[in-house]
Design a protein around this ligand. Structure first.
Ligand code: ADP
Ligand code: 5SP
Length: 538
């Protein structure tokens, strides 16, 4: 039962994620009051996306930005149907998939300022973009990554300044690709936003600034000074790039009031504030409110591990971002491209369209999978940078040609969890008796998957009671937190309540510590063959 107190102040959050646009309304006690969502493939078939994206040649992955605009028109109508009284919304904020860039046409800002409330946004913004948006699944920019690293003095220097060596999906190399291969589009773009700041712009009625946390996923921001890094800007574009990007702002910035379009069309109060939008993983960190030593595990389209940090670092694998809140001045992020979509594809192949049938397969073999160990990279993997390809070894370390489905099913999930733990330890995660994994995202409802993570990490797994999607909840929570700080109002918002969902079995470390070593050997041997033809073992 939802308790709605009449005249309760409310806060609205959005998540423009890979596969869906989700919206949530919370009250003064931070309890969820209303929700709505739009699934891109299903609700907007005219854009012909698969998993929310369009795959092109040579690793190019894009989204037409008008899809996100149309999804916003739709989700607003669904919020009305859900019974939301927009006049009570004090403040809103949002999250979005990271790294993607939105290329605004010259007259887009004027168009945003003059939106007519009689019409949908998507009909008015049809000519606001000069290109489709390259998004985080794009792996087409390897040569641009190399050029960027060379220009600043090598990968270590780029990681020291920006928190990451160059990655294909990061915005810097994507901008460089546009600058070199489509110079007319680069020149035609008056402004370049991240997906988060683009989405925020729709509510502000002007182009919103990029926030420091999501801005750290570009390879263009100095995470120490929180200013653009001039050498990286010049390596990826020309002297106009700084102006196209605009001045970055702290993630907890109140950017002003909502544009009159939403006041007139949906009945928002003229005083409703808009807080800077940020990356979904940054928002998840804010929503989970992780304590020291806890690991956030976001199981969305990608799998990501999140850790709060007090100081910046210069990782050789993985990323350090400016943190989204004052409690987490910096954050570490490890992203694995083969997450939910890979799990889903193999579920369909091995068990039909049913997670229950997939569970039956998992139960048909034992923890440790009789020594079967697998790596399933259906799309190019980010950590490690390799693939696509699939490998399955038996207990003797020999490739298996035709494995029984239960061994494949467990090998897929155990292999994913082993990879997450191996790379987390590689950047300094220390697991001890106090460690906890806090899971969120679409796949965090899957108890079997969480049990495998608990066993492989030898740490209990929790989920947040309030909501299974911390990025979405984090968007509304950040709106409430920033609004209450500015208004000097104390909201009775409580600490998030965590529910234990999986506890490791006592013999877990005995089973999985040796498998961790075997995972490392398998990943290394695949990497050693990186430049030769990829062998598909199954
Ligand atoms: N019961 C389940 N078990 C495993 N995965 C699931 C389950 N339910 C949903 N998912 C996965 O969740 C994914 C979507 O997660 P979500 O967090 O909404 O993604 P995103 O935020 O990236 O759009 C889907 O790709 C689906 O495979
Ligand atoms: O590239 C990254 C993080 O670096 C991805 O995590 C994207 O931010 C997409 O998020 P999901 O849709 O998978 O939540």
């Amino acid at each position: 039962m939802i308790e709605v107190t009449i005249n309760e102040k409310t806060f609205l959050g959005f998540d423009f994620s890979t596969q869906k646009l989700k919206a949530i309304v919370i009250g003064e006690k931070y309890k969820v009051l209303h929700e709505a969502e739009v699934e891109f493939d299903v609700d907007l078939p005219e854009f012909r996306t698969h998993g929310g994206v369009l795959c092109g040649d040579h690793g190019t992955v894009t989204v037409p930005p008008l899809l996100w605009v149309k999804a916003l028109d739709m989700v607003m109508d669904r919020l009305i149907v859900a019974g939301v009284d927009f006049s009570m919304v004090q403040c809103l904020s949002g999250a979005a998939q990271q790294h993607g860039s939105v290329w605004w046409a010259k007259d887009a800002e004027a168009c945003l300022r003059q939106l007519s409330s009689d019409h949908f946004l998507h009909t008015q913004l049809a000519t606001a973009f000069v290109s489709d948006s390259p998004v985080w699944m794009d792996s087409s920019t390897t040569e641009h990554c190399k050029a960027l690293e060379d220009a600043v003095g090598g990968p270590e220097e780029l990681a020291r300044v920006t928190g990451s060596r160059a990655y294909e999906r990061f915005t810097g190399s994507q901008v460089r690709k546009m600058f070199k291969l489509r110079p007319r589009v680069y020149r035609a773009a008056a402004r370049v936003s991240l997906v988060s700041s683009f989405a925020c712009s729709l509510f502000l009625g002007r182009i919103a600034p990029i926030d420091h946390a999501d801005g750290s996923g570009m390879n263009l921001l100095d995470i120490h000074t929180k200013e653009w890094y001039p050498k990286a800007l010049m390596a990826c574009g020309d002297q106009t790039l700084q102006e196209k990007l605009g001045q970055p702002v702290p993630t907890a910035s109140d950017l002003g009031t909502i544009t009159s379009y939403f006041v007139q069309r949906y009945g928002f109060s003229e005083t409703c504030r808009v807080v800077a939008f940020t990356g979904d993983n940054c928002s998840a960190l804010a929503g989970l409110r992780l304590k020291a030593g806890w690991v956030g595990l976001s199981l969305g389209t990608s799998d990501t591990l999140l850790l709060g940090l007090q100081k910046p670092a210069a990782p050789i694998a993985g990323h350090v971002l400016v943190g989204p809140t004052s409690e987490a001045p910096y954050m570490a992020l490890l992203c694995f491209a083969n997450g939910s979509l890979t799990r889903q594809a193999h579920r369909d192949r091995l068990a039909g369209n049913s997670w229950d049938a997939f569970d039956d397969l998992l139960n048909a073999t034992v923890r440790g999978n009789m020594g079967y160990l697998g790596v399933f990279w259906d799309c190019p993997e980010i950590l490690p940078r390799a693939g696509p390809g699939r490998w399955l070894l038996n207990a003797a370390g020999k490739p298996v040609e035709k494995p029984a489905p239960q061994f494949e099913a467990r090998a897929l999930l155990e292999g994913q969890a082993l990879a997450r733990r191996y790379h987390a330890q590689d950047i300094g995660l220390q697991l001890d008796e106090w460690s906890r994994v806090v899971a969120t995202g679409g796949a965090s409802v899957n108890k079997q998957l969480l049990q495998i993570f608990a066993d492989v990490f030898n740490a209990p797994v929790y989920v947040q009671k309030e909501h299974a999607n911390a990025a979405l909840l984090g968007a509304a929570v950040r709106a409430a937190d920033v609004w209450s700080a500015h208004a000097s109002v104390v909201l009775p918002g409580s600490e998030p309540t965590l529910t234990p969902v999986a506890t490791p079995y006592p013999d877990s470390e005995k089973i999985y510590a040796p498998m961790l070593v075997r995972y490392q050997e398998l990943a290394n041997s695949i990497m050693d063959k990186k430049n030769s033809t990829f062998e598909n073992k199954i």
